[in-house]
Design a protein around this ligand. Structure first.
Ligand SMILES: [Zn+2]
Length: 193
């Protein structure tokens, strides 16, 4: 375990948020300290703070770093270590290694979240595109149907299913849908040329 993991294992998001003066409702909702929030629009999960208003999503370390405007995540670790008397040894080479590992993990996390956002945009655009095409139905039985209309008839259910599945799925399942997302992206791109 890195010192980052040790801090996260020792402190729940709720404990840390409350120590910063946030009042957490029974359902875990709080006023977001990172934007002008009039009604609680952020939720405290076990180890994550997520604001549905401004989109900030951070763990206890990211939360403290942001809240106290600290320069680096390790500064937040130091602060939490001191404030909560965690007694983690924060000196020596191990810290350098841990910092590097934490950065790498953050980077891959951000990459995943970017992919997730873009994938959702792709799937929902694909669905909306087909919904539009379904309106291209022939006006009379003699009229030759538009190819896009026929495509929509065959693929609309699948597109709707993909959207629903993606919204509710956990990370692993989302990743397993990467090929379907890529196909939808290619399809949309092909319509633009
Ligand atoms: Zn916010």
């Amino acid at each position: 375990m890195t010192v980052f993991d040790e801090v996260k294992a020792a402190l729940s998001m709720k404990t840390v948020a409350e120590s910063c003066g946030l009042s957490v409702s029974r359902s875990g909702m709080v006023l977001c300290p990172f934007h002008k929030d009039k009604t609680p629009s952020a939720k405290i999960y076990h180890d994550i703070f997520h604001c549905f208003g401004c989109g900030v999503r951070v763990d206890v370390i990211g939360f403290v770093q942001r809240f106290f405007e600290l320069k680096r995540p390790i500064d937040a670790v130091r602060k939490l270590n001191a404030d909560f008397h965690l007694q983690l040894g924060l000196i020596g080479e191990r810290i350098l290694f841990d910092v590097r590992e934490y950065r790498a993990r953050q980077a891959s996390r951000q990459e995943y979240e970017k992919w997730e956002r873009e994938s959702w945009l792709t799937l929902s655009s694909y669905y909306r595109l087909l919904l539009g095409w379904r309106e291209l139905a022939p006006k009379s039985p003699d009229e030759k149907p538009d190819e896009r209309f026929i495509y929509a008839l065959h693929h609309l259910d699948k597109a709707e299913y993909l959207c629903e599945e993606f919204i509710t799925a956990d990370e692993e399942v989302k990743k397993s849908m990467a090929e379907a997302v890529a196909q939808a992206a290619d399809f949309i791109r092909a319509q633009r040329v």
